[in-house]
Write a protein that binds this ligand. Structure first.
Ligand code: COA
Ligand code: AMP
Length: 635
């Protein structure tokens, strides 16, 4: 007999369009779709063509009309500022309508882009939802990125407006956002018409007359804006994510497919019901923040928590337990790195004794590989199922998971369990053949992708096809490598490109190399991601200096660390770089980054047959040892 998961997956496979047509009933349509899937422009697909919707309506207004007006929609808990606030669905709708009115009064209309560069404050959600209300397309940029990264995104998205705040608050320091924004606008070749700046009490930003407007003044007395109907396939947002170069990719999310998928996932994957409290401890600047702080919970009428703090140090490693208890959180979602941080500070869970987290039903982990140690430790702490699940900015919602709302399958440590309906996941070799169970290969997804997954890159269909759809015709390339075992469980092992995952944050080592190469003393460089007990991975840089440079190496190394922080941002966590005489290369000149990484991590490695000069690897090993890596490395 089929289990509920198998049954559901088979039902989707048998008739995907009927499956999603049924799921689409969970949202309100101004106009129902003319078809479920448009596959007339393969390999590009569009879900629910011909329909008309509004995402803010579905997240807010319809719940107020259905009697949820007095229920909490958003709980803001900010240990870094000592603030706690709640917004009911009615209050949140009114705040969003007011801000949308202010943006509309300044000329923002359907289809315009609005860049959102905000810390974890309620206004960040107001801004996203206000854009959705107007049919404008938001592009949220994570606060830990530097001005240059912001400028790249301004140039690509060409926003009419930028909404930002005077500062973010990191433990122990205030991060002034406005100077970064000013510098980004200066650097960018495209200029926005205006900015709206939220003045936070910790730091006042100076405003450029005629360009910068004070948020509070702009919304005061603004006429609330109504929801503007948009086409199902119109973009709701563009979210930039690291690609293989320093140029980020603008992942597009449509309106209808996104809503259908997220609403479906809240019930079937996360097992959350309307009215329950759901907490994704991420940042609105990442896809997790988009899907599961803002849109997912609100789409189904749940309560979402916006937490401006860290798992440790704000004030201690009991912070997560406190939030779970205080708000009766039923389901939590965070990156494994957060639990590694808690485990490091409080390995025996002493702080947990102070709190009652018995209301918690499930803990979900994603964003990076969930190592079995961390999962098992988390299980001992929370005493409820700990579910690893796998997805990426591009998919927008889980591609592999244990569908708690359907059937809890046995957990296999190290695996995010099985494919989610909507995703036909395969593992292929370089000749595009499917490998045997248990064999490692490229993880791909058969087209079309599920609703909610990216239909394309922002104004760049060719780039989308080139980057994701060309290597394995008929499939979407995830960029991850791994295997599927004989029970159909997926194991995600590594990336096939230069992307690394630092504390759940996705970064490109290629982008860091571009920054290092910029230094006048650097002739050549390489950046690898080395294993890190807390952050999963951290970047390590190697530079070869130009002939004739004889300044102290330590001085240059310090400048390089600062350069990456200034150009990419503190989030890169780029702290270690060493000067080496030469980089190991193949005879054709390709830098052997993979071998360097294995040496750094103390993994067994073999001398590449094509290596130009094997002695260089000894030099690299010595250099890695000098900075605390390559401890047990042996060829
Ligand atoms: N604005 C400005 N700076 C920021 C920032 C923001 N929004 N977010 C992070 N930074 C800075 C940090 O202050 C830190 O700066 P530092 O080098 O001066 O210390 C740097 O960027 C690195 O930040 P982070 O990776 O968060 O490391 P951390 O040492 O401050 O904290 C953890 C470590 C594990 C506690 C933290 O990474 C964490 O909570 N991770 C969860 C990850 C997550 O939510 N991922 C989202 C995907 S689900
Ligand atoms: P992002 O786009 O920032 O969400 O990062 C997506 C990438 O993070 C994926 O392509 C994987 O490399 C990695 N990742 C996310 N979740 C998992 C997981 N559960 N297990 C292993 N890797 C993961």
């Amino acid at each position: 007999m089929l289990g509920a998961y198998n049954d559901l997956y088979a039902r989707w496979q048998a008739d995907p369009e009927a499956f999603w047509a049924d799921a689409a009933k969970a949202i309100d349509w101004f106009e129902p779709p003319a078809a479920i899937l448009d596959d007339s422009a393969k390999p590009l697909y569009r879900w629910f063509p011909g329909g008309s919707v509004n995402t803010a309506w579905n997240c807010l207004d319809r719940h107020v009309e259905a009697g949820r007006g007095e229920q909490d929609a958003l709980i803001y808990d900010s240990p870094v500022t000592g603030t706690k606030t709640r917004f009911t669905y009615r209050e949140l709708r009114d705040k969003v309508a007011e801000l949308a009115g202010a943006l509309a009064a300044k000329g923002v209309v359907k289809g315009d882009r609005v860049l959102v560069y905000m810390p974890m404050v309620p206004e960040a959600l107001f801004a996203m939802l206000a854009c959705a209300r107007l049919g404008a397309i938001h592009s949220v940029v994570f606060g830990g990125f530097a001005a240059k990264e912001l400028a790249t995104r301004i140039n690509d998205a060409k926003p009419k407006a930028i909404v930002s705040a005077s500062c973010g608050v990191e433990p122990g320091r205030t991060v002034a956002y406005k100077p970064l924004l000013d510098e980004a606008i200066e650097l960018a070749s495209f200029k926005p018409d205006f900015t709206l700046i939220l003045q936070r009490p910790m730091l006042a930003a100076s405003l450029v007359p005629g360009r910068d407007f004070d948020w509070a003044e702009a919304v005061r007395g603004a006429a609330p804006a109504d929801c503007v109907p948009v086409a199902s396939t119109d973009p709701l947002y563009v979210l930039y994510t690291s690609g293989t170069t320093g140029v980020p990719k603008g992942v597009v999310r449509d309106n209808a497919g996104h809503m259908v998928a997220l609403a479906w996932s809240m019930k079937n994957i996360y097992g959350v019901a309307p009215g329950e409290v759901f907490w994704a401890a991420s940042d609105v600047g990442w896809v997790v923040g988009h899907s599961y702080i803002t849109y997912g919970p609100l789409l189904i009428g749940a309560t979402t928590i916006l937490y401006e703090g860290k798992p440790v140090g704000t004030p201690d490693a009991g912070a997560f337990w406190r939030v779970i208890e205080e708000y009766g959180c039923k389901v939590q979602f965070c990156a494994p790195t957060a639990f590694r941080a808690i485990k490091k500070e409080d390995p025996d869970g002493k702080l947990l004794e102070k709190y009652d987290i018995s209301g918690l039903r499930t803990l979900f982990l994603a964003g990076e590989r969930a190592d079995p140690d961390t999962v098992q430790w988390a299980e001992r702490m929370v005493k409820v199922p700990v579910i690893d699940h796998w997805w990426q900015t591009e998919s927008g919602w889980p591609m592999a998971a244990n569908l708690v709302g359907v059937e809890l399958l046995p957990v296999k440590y190290g695996s995010p369990t099985r494919a989610v309906p909507g995703y036909d996941i395969r593992v292929l070799d370089n000749e595009h053949n499917e490998v045997e169970a248990g064999e490692i290969g490229s993880i791909v997804v058969k087209l079309p992708l599920a609703p909610g997954a990216l239909p394309t890159l922002w104004q760049n269909d060719d780039g989308y096809i080139r980057s994701y759809l060309s290597d394995f015709p008929g499939y979407y390339k995830t960029g991850d490598a791994g295997y599927i075992d004989e029970d159909g469980y997926l194991f995600v092992m590594s990336r096939t490109d230069d992307i690394i995952n630092v504390a759940g944050h996705r970064l490109s080592t290629g982008g860091m190399e571009e920054v290092l190469a910029y230094h006048p003393d650097v002739a050549e460089c390489a950046v690898i991601g080395a294993a890190d007990a807390l952050k999963g991975q951290v970047p390590l840089g190697f530079v070869v200096l130009k002939a004739g440079v004889n300044r102290p190496e330590a001085e240059i190394e310090k400048e390089l660390v600062k350069l990456v922080r200034d150009k990419i941002g503190p989030v890169a966590a780029f702290k270690t770089v060493t000067v080496v005489k030469r980089l190991p290369k193949t005879r054709s000149g390709k830098i052997l980054r993979g071998t360097m990484r294995k040496i750094a991590d103390g993994e067994k490695w073999s001398m590449p047959a094509t290596i130009d000069d094997p002695v260089i690897l000894d030099e690299i090993t010595d250099s890695l040892r000098s900075v605390g890596y390559a401890k047990d490395s042996a060829a």
